[in-house]
Write a protein that binds this ligand. Structure first.
Ligand code: BGC
Length: 249
């Protein structure tokens, strides 16, 4: 789990990020403890945006593929707000990364159908039509060759199976083919751990799509930046209740 203060007007990170290992099992309670430690590290007293790897509606996690199952049905916003004493706003992690890429990165000039895919432990998706996010799409779980797409072609699978970059790219190509067949995006942006420039894998040139294909430009900071932007948006839309309610709890 990682955190940093963000300038939401430029998308810049304002201090070195702080990283703490995700607790296992990744229960809401244990993760809330980590969020509080991260906030304390920065002596943070403002609102917090949180990119969370699940479908999230009104602060409640509805799935938990790579988390402890006790997250399902849990109000993560409430839990994290209580633990930190600060207003916390939670959205899906890929949606957060997508929001940042559309504002400051590879999607900033695009109005057509854009799909941001984050490839890491799982595969996350964020879909934009006319720059508007359609939240919680969960396209990492489409069926590819009879398997769950992310089980077949995530970065975690590449590492677990010790696949070469070519072998992984071949798998991911099947995933992209399904995405193009089912969704038909105009632009696909590839982000998450796989877009980290320190990863030397020369997979990108091997991938072929009808859509324009770009690497994410914000790399691993996209989730943090997008989450911060989301918190600011929630506060803009509903400033008083968000803060007052959370302080009262
Ligand atoms: C989850 C998504 C998440 C993605 C990336 C998937 O397993 O279902 O909600 O966005 O992983 O973390």
């Amino acid at each position: 789990m990682k955190a940093a203060p963000v300038d939401i007007s430029t998308g810049e990170i304002l201090a070195d990020g702080k990283r703490i290992s995700t607790p296992r099992p990744a229960t809401p309670k244990k993760m809330a403890g980590v969020v509080a430690r991260l906030a304390k590290h920065f002596e943070w007293k403002g609102p917090i945006g949180c990119a969370f790897p699940a479908r999230v509606k009104n602060g409640v996690a509805l799935t938990a593929t790579n988390l402890d199952k006790s997250c399902i049905g849990e109000n993560i916003e409430e839990r994290f707000s209580e633990q930190t004493g600060l207003p916390v706003f939670v959205l899906n992690d890929a949606d957060a990364a997508g929001v940042a890429e559309m504002s400051f990165g590879a999607g900033k000039d695009r109005k057509d159908l854009v799909l941001v895919l984050t490839i890491g432990t799982g595969i996350g998706s964020a879909m934009f039509v006319q720059r508007t996010l359609i939240p919680n799409t969960e396209l990492g779980h489409i069926n590819v060759k009879g398997r769950n797409g992310e089980r077949y072609s995530s970065d975690a699978t590449r590492r677990r199976k010790e696949l070469s970059w070519s072998d992984w790219a071949r798998r991911f190509q099947h995933y992209l083919n399904r995405i193009e067949f089912l969704i038909g995006p105009d632009l696909i942006i590839l982000g998450g751990g796989i877009s980290n420039p320190r990863k030397r894998g020369n997979y990108f040139k091997k991938l072929k799509t009808r859509a324009d294909l770009k690497k994410a430009e914000l790399g691993n900071r996209a989730g943090i930046v997008g989450a911060a932007m989301y918190a600011a948006k929630c506060l803009r839309e509903d400033p008083k209740p968000a803060i007052a309610e959370r302080r009262e709890r």
